[in-house]
Design a protein. Structure first.
Length: 349
């Protein structure tokens, strides 16, 4: 399955939890879409029986043209990159020959991948997006849509262009409450703060909501949010909140009560989804594969070091995720509480 060269097809590189849902909704609305994925069985299912979106938000099956990377021909003006953060560089090298001269790559990923995309494609051909809807790839041709969440799009230089509005209109096909922003970095850093907390929940077999509701774990979750916000401040970014995560609640001027209120809001928000566990947990417990911990959390530790900042809880979190990936530790509350030991040690010092 290939698309004609120079047509206005939306090329979605990565047809998993994020890209697959976008592709299904856009195709159903009549927009020309081509999804690209390395999973041959998934590609075949999308072409032959359709992509089945399941869960409490909406359930439908949509035929969506799909291809493996080697089957793609032509050039595309609108490219959505929706692969795992650690696959960004490899995916970019495969898709760049298919990016039109006047085209752009929109990162629908977690992390700060826009920096790498801009290095490879050029800043003028890079656009950012922030997504927080709950979804999981269940198997070939099946994606769980667990809950709606924040969706934001913006240029990395803060401008608002015709193409930005175009993508905003497309995202509203999927999420009517989508936001067009002139400061996408504020949302991306907000997601990093929440993401650090989600990585911590993945240290255990428990649901996201169970982790946010456990008083024993709350100090660690707050500390992670505060460390990320400290680094963001050094980067001269003012992160924005969403879906219960109040970025300001973890700032230097916020009180413990502010942070506790955000944790309570996150416990409530995560209790209302069919996606009970994070994608990080799923990578570790179900798919038995490496997570995005290095490009999402490890990068914050590196940025902190450039500013001379100490972020011991984040640094330990990276180590613990790697321990689970390598089979050295189980997913358990005891593993989570290794972060509490770091927190107590910092307090004692």
């Amino acid at each position: 399955m290939v698309a004609k060269a120079n047509d206005d097809t939306i090329l979605i590189w990565g047809a998993g939890a994020i890209g697959g849902i976008l592709g299904a909704y856009w195709a159903r609305a009549g927009h020309p879409v081509l999804m690209v994925d390395i999973d041959v069985d998934h590609v075949a299912a999308c072409n032959q029986t359709g992509l089945h979106i399941e869960g409490p938000v909406e359930e439908f099956t949509q035929s969506v043209p799909a291809a493996t990377p080697g089957q793609v021909t032509g050039k595309y003006r609108r490219v959505i990159l929706a692969v795992k953060a650690q696959a960004t560089e490899a995916a970019m090298k495969m898709l760049l020959p298919h990016l039109a001269e006047d085209g752009f790559v929109l990162s629908a990923q977690n992390g700060l991948n826009e920096h790498l995309i801009a290095d490879l494609a050029g800043p003028e051909r890079t656009m950012g997006a922030f997504v927080n809807y709950g979804s999981d790839w269940q198997g070939p041709g099946r994606i769980l849509f667990g809950n709606r969440g924040a969706v934001v799009v913006g240029e990395i230089d803060g401008s608002i262009r015709d193409r930005t509005r175009e993508m905003f209109d497309l995202l509203k096909v999927f999420e009517p409450e989508a936001v067009l922003t002139d400061n996408i970095w504020s949302y991306l850093w907000g997601k990093l703060g929440y993401g650090a907390q989600l990585f911590a929940t993945a240290l255990t077999p428990d649901s996201m909501s169970a982790n946010f509701s456990d008083p024993d774990r709350v100090p660690v979750l707050i500390a992670l949010g505060r460390e990320v916000m400290k680094v963001a401040q050094a980067e001269k970014i003012s992160p924005r909140g969403f879906n219960g995560f109040d970025a300001v609640a973890y700032s230097e001027t916020a009180t413990d009560a502010d942070a506790l209120a955000s944790i309570a809001a996150l416990a409530e928000f995560t209790s209302r989804t069919a996606k009970t566990h994070s994608g990080i947990w799923r990578d570790l417990a179900v798919r038995k594969r490496r997570t995005e911990v290095d490009p999402q959390i490890g990068i914050i530790v590196k940025i902190a070091a450039r500013h001379g900042l100490d972020v011991p809880v984040l640094a330990r979190l990276v180590e613990l995720i790697h321990d689970i990936e390598d089979g050295k530790r189980p997913q358990s509350k005891d593993t989570f509480m290794e972060l509490d030991k770091v927190l107590r040690g910092v307090a004692a010092a």
